[in-house]
Design a protein around this ligand. Sequence first.
Ligand code: NAG
Ligand code: NAG
Ligand code: NAG
Ligand code: NAG
Ligand code: NAG
Ligand code: NAG
Ligand code: NAG
Ligand code: NAG
Length: 815
Amino acid sequence: MSMESISNSMFSCLLISFLLMQSCYGTDTISQNQTMADGETLVSTGETFVLGFFPVQDSTNRYLGIWYRRSPQTIVWVANRVAPLTDSNGVLTINSDGNLVLLNGTKSIIWSSNSSSTDAQTNLVAQLLDSGNLVLGRNDDFSAERYIWQSFDFMTDTLLPGMKKGIRLQAGQTWYLTSWKNQSDPSPGEFTYKLDNIGLPQFVLRQGSVKKFRSGLWNVQRFSGFSVMNSTVIACTFVYDDKEVYYSYELRYSSILSRLTLNSSGIIQRYVLNEGSSDWLIMYTLPYDMCGEYGKCGPNGICRINGNPICQCLDGFVPKSKVDWDALNWAGGCIRRTPLDCKQGEGFIWLRNVKLPDLLDFRLNRSMTSQECKRECLKDCSCIAFTNSNITDGGSGCLMWFGDLIDIQEYHGENSEQDIYLRMPKSELDAIQNQKHKRALLILVIPLVSGGMLVLCFFIWCMLQRRKKKRGVKIGSDDIELPLYQLEAVTTATKSFSVSNIIGEGGFGPVYKGRLENGVEIAVKRHSQTSGQGLGEFKNEVILISSLQHRNLVRLLGCCLDGNERMLIYEYMPNGSLDYFIFDQSRKKLLAWKNRFEIALGISRGLLYLHQDSRLRIIHRDLKASNVLLDSELNPKISDFGIAKSFGGDQTEGKTRTVIGTYGYMSPEYAFSGKYSVKSDVFSLGVLLLELVSGRRNRILDHSDQHLSLLGHAWQLWNEDKALQLMDKCLKESSVESQVLRCIQVGLLCVQKLAEDRPTMAAVVFMLSNEIVSLPQPKHPGFFLKDSYTTASEASAEERFQTKNAVTITVLEGR
Ligand SMILES: *[C@@H]1O[C@H](CO)[C@@H](O)[C@H](O)[C@H]1NC(C)=O
Ligand SMILES: *[C@@H]1O[C@H](CO)[C@@H](O)[C@H](O)[C@H]1NC(C)=O
Ligand SMILES: *[C@@H]1O[C@H](CO)[C@@H](O)[C@H](O)[C@H]1NC(C)=O
Ligand SMILES: *[C@@H]1O[C@H](CO)[C@@H](O)[C@H](O)[C@H]1NC(C)=O
Ligand SMILES: *[C@@H]1O[C@H](CO)[C@@H](O)[C@H](O)[C@H]1NC(C)=O
Ligand SMILES: *[C@@H]1O[C@H](CO)[C@@H](O)[C@H](O)[C@H]1NC(C)=O
Ligand SMILES: *[C@@H]1O[C@H](CO)[C@@H](O)[C@H](O)[C@H]1NC(C)=O
Ligand SMILES: *[C@@H]1O[C@H](CO)[C@@H](O)[C@H](O)[C@H]1NC(C)=O
């Protein structure tokens, strides 16, 4: 080596060391004549990542890899995936060919970066960057554009911020995730998550060559399978030009780490790690749910996660094999009821909000308009569906499908709409048109008929459905298939409605525990025969809850209608209701802090679903401890939808002259003027959070001492900086201080006086589950004092299971 290059390299060394404030042989770099032996590591400058040798479970093999410095050790990259070292004599170095190489104890090359640079092969350095990228470059020209090799181009099972997942078109280079074989073998396993750039780009998870999950097609704004790509934590980009097509993401906060990982059972998960925490939280999992499984419903089927069952045939189609379909074996899919004949009058029906079918047999023309697209599809007898390829500005471009439609899924998110037009023969179009008329008529009729009539209609309908041997009823304009139970079965299950089986008393009648012949335990809500009162509520509850499906909502199994009997059959919750625990001196000890925090999160998620994610957006209006039931694992389930209201479109609040609800949980605007909105539910949730922490009811009439309700008490302690004193003493040992404080603060934010100050449920869930966010300071809570309210009776302290004493207060307007 000449003097010049030596002085040159010394200069660069000095420069680097000056820049990085580290010694020349800094801990994040290795230069050509250095080695890194097993036991030694490189640590990136910001101390985020470590490069070193690591063992795997149940094996003596060792690998070179990169992991997060913060515990627990989480491997994000492996060099010698397929060529393990069998002992700890491995050494990493840069050899004279200019490659980063891993040598074993006898100096054989086990793994090489295999870079094919033709530059001079001297004076190279490898550096572990703080992004987790291990890069190799010339010491005198060490810039991102000139790296000779980088580990980010050879990702293993983890996508880190800044990595690109996709294709570099000219070079034919692909970047994709491959799973490990298993926990003790990092060599490429069966699963890959890779960009398919055929027609419109989409990411596809495969097991071998079998598709397991698709992200949905890129429609210029997003992947149709993802409602939101960006989140509060992550900013995503998707680059789609004639050089490169790739997905990549960055973190919005430096204090949060995040990674996307494909595990060895083919599950993709996005994890986040908050500062100061050592537990990676799962942000989401893909496939997201059963409907995410590729082709779940077979050809021409559509998956609706809230459907019962989840698979249905597209309009105009019927199951290929009725027997299989009824046995919930959907793989065979559906066929047309009436074949297309390409005669006059064929047209399209509009299917909204779907994950577009897979591109198996298709044609794409980016310059056509929607009209041209429709004409073009009609012209070709084998074209069965079309849509826009670019949804910007009302949509343009033409994507046409031929053959069967595979992997269609319906969404409910706000931001996920992508529509498709399905070709139908004339006869089907006419039939669908008729059906619509009938439904429209029904929507008109239902509110008009009086209570008794309604029950009669409903009853006849049930009977008809039953005669058709189709165990289900259709209600209103919604396609709700609700199983019907025979009165005999329910009578037997509840031992002839024995008094000893009563587990609760609702406002509209008793609730019985029962056990069906097949051993399934049920809760039967029997609407009292005499009172015409609960009728509207009955209908309300049936329509609302049968369309809901969420793990934090109690599940309606079916109904039973016979003569004057009308009953709702629910899943049975062995642990009763939340108030049964938290307000009872001995039982409260059974719910440790961890359980309570999980319960708080569960209720919040359930409410978020009601407000935002369910098909009918719903305001519950009577959220309280006694309406939260606990299953055998203490998972909370919101129940009692008797007075819930569904709201559509932009409408987010309503007004009623009859204020129904429960004292202590009612927001001031609802109690005083009958105005209810999602924010009145948020208020109730806030009360519930404070009750969970304190083990005290927010009763407003029993505070002879200083007019202080629970809210007032919490607010006072908060202002005196003594909020922790609110906590129930029985939680002392199990509590996590930061979580308790967070719960109190979120609770206080929820019960703020002005509805507009209160957070949305999305914010509540986020604030509860993310330690990183610094919360706003709560303002004065909205509570009202004894004297301002005199017309109501107090909610019973003994209420269990269902609304026993739903306080009914009629507030006259103008008061
Ligand atoms: C190193 O690798 C070579 C080639 O794979 C092999 O023959 C040799 O036994 C290995 N040495 C050790 C110590 O593992
Ligand atoms: C490097 O290239 C050689 C020959 O092209 C190949 O046999 C070897 O598997 C490659 N090694 C790696 C780690 O890619
Ligand atoms: C590496 O070592 C060789 C011989 O030991 C020497 O000739 C060469 O100059 C060294 N290279 C660097 C970059 O220090
Ligand atoms: C992991 O896979 C290897 C083969 O690839 C197998 O020999 C080993 O038993 C597996 N280990 C576990 C824990 O499944
Ligand atoms: C995500 O947010 C970033 C900026 O925060 C923006 O540049 C980017 O376009 C957004 N991505 C998507 C897919 O909306
Ligand atoms: C992969 O992730 C899923 C979901 O968390 C988990 O059930 C499964 O056990 C994981 N597989 C492995 C091999 O860790
Ligand atoms: C796409 O559609 C336009 C407008 O109809 C037409 O001029 C063009 O030839 C089509 N391109 C292809 C490749 O079919
Ligand atoms: C999508 O459509 C918009 C509006 O017509 C247009 O500006 C944009 O260039 C289109 N994008 C692509 C990729 O075709």
